[in-house]
Design a protein around this ligand. Structure first.
Ligand SMILES: *[C@@H]1O[C@H](CO)[C@@H](O)[C@H](O)[C@H]1NC(C)=O
Ligand SMILES: *[C@@H]1O[C@H](CO)[C@@H](O)[C@H](O)[C@H]1NC(C)=O
Length: 294
């Protein structure tokens, strides 16, 4: 059942990618994010290759997980870090982001650290965007689409810079950014916010909680994405906001499902492909099964 749904969704996604006014063998530029984000993107690239599309994947030359494979072309760029520094800084913190569910404590206590990651990431992005020879090469390659995860929106800025349409591939954004950027309705009275444990039926106090909980996140997003906005503004030589960068997306492919999150309104260019997370399944371990039946 799971795999059937997955295949349905995947073929939906590919149909979508193919139904854009493309003939055979279009050119896709991919800007992935290290870590677990890369794994499901890799499956999509494999399928694009099977369908005759050409893919170029961009990665820093010190990249840990993204390595050349026969179904895409790897294009690296230099960054001002050694492999060790890169692994320690970016992956260490990414683990904080994704594996500990990103507690409020982290937001409030580690603003210096957040500033640091953000600056680190932006410098890595500058290694790409200010590499004139590489940008010229990418520009003259006339890509049809940029496929990227906008969690760190470097790929989105690149797509704007090259004037190529973008397809976003993501789990979700912090601070309800995906709703805000696409103007999807997200009323505080009905849509439960991150970590509140509220449902869509809220008492007055729960609604208050729903409004108060996002505040530290908004501060986090402001601190975290500020340097990226400044970089984009400098590059495009006009004032560019984060929302404008996110609005460059033609299609949002969301790796989630209402099985896990509350139903809520989304725009028609936002497509749910949560089944893709089940592409690489493994049987549950004994320990895991036992804890289920406790
Ligand atoms: C900030 O980054 C530098 C290297 O870029 C590192 O040496 C320092 O420990 C970091 N500080 C924090 C608070 O993470
Ligand atoms: C890409 O090439 C076009 C046509 O030569 C040029 O007008 C544009 O400025 C270039 N863009 C970048 C980002 O280099």
């Amino acid at each position: 059942m799971g795999i059937q749904v997955f295949l349905q969704k995947l073929s939906g996604l590919l149909l979508l990618l193919c139904a854009l006014p493309w003939a055979e063998g279009e050119k896709v530029l991919v800007f992935p994010i290290e870590g677990s984000h890369w794994l499901s993107m890799r499956d999509v690239i494999k399928e694009l290759y099977a369908r005759g599309h050409q893919t170029v994947v961009l990665a820093p030359e010190v990249s840990v997980h993204i390595k050349g494979e026969d179904f895409f072309t790897l294009q690296t760029y230099s960054v001002p870090y050694t492999k060790e520094e890169y692994r320690h800084q970016l992956l260490g913190h990414l683990q904080n982001f994704f594996e500990t569910e990103f507690s409020l404590k982290l937001v409030l206590q580690n603003v210096a650290g957040i500033n640091n990651i953000s600056a680190f990431y932006v410098r890595s992005c500058m290694g790409l965007l200010y590499n004139t020879a590489l940008i010229q090469h990418l520009n003259s390659s006339s890509f049809d689409v940029v496929l990227t995860d906008p969690f760190f929106p470097c790929g989105a800025v690149l797509a704007m810079y090259l004037r190529v349409p973008a397809v976003f591939f993501l789990q979700s954004m912090l601070c309800e950014l995906e709703s805000e950027a696409t103007s999807s309705p997200s009323p505080f009275s009905y849509v439960p916010r991150l970590l509140t444990m509220n449902s869509d039926h809220m008492s007055f106090l729960e609604r208050v909680k729903n409004m108060v909980y996002p505040l530290p996140w908004m501060y986090f997003c402001h601190v975290n994405y500020g340097p990226m906005e400044r970089l984009a503004s400098e590059l495009l030589q006009r004032e560019v906001s984060l929302l404008e960068i996110l609005r460059h997306a033609s299609v949002w492919l969301l790796r989630k499902d209402f099985v896990f999150s509350h139903p809520r309104p989304f725009m028609p260019n936002m497509i749910f492909i949560g089944g893709i997370n089940c592409a690489n399944r493994k049987p549950l371990s004994q320990v895991c099964i036992q804890s289920l039946f406790k």
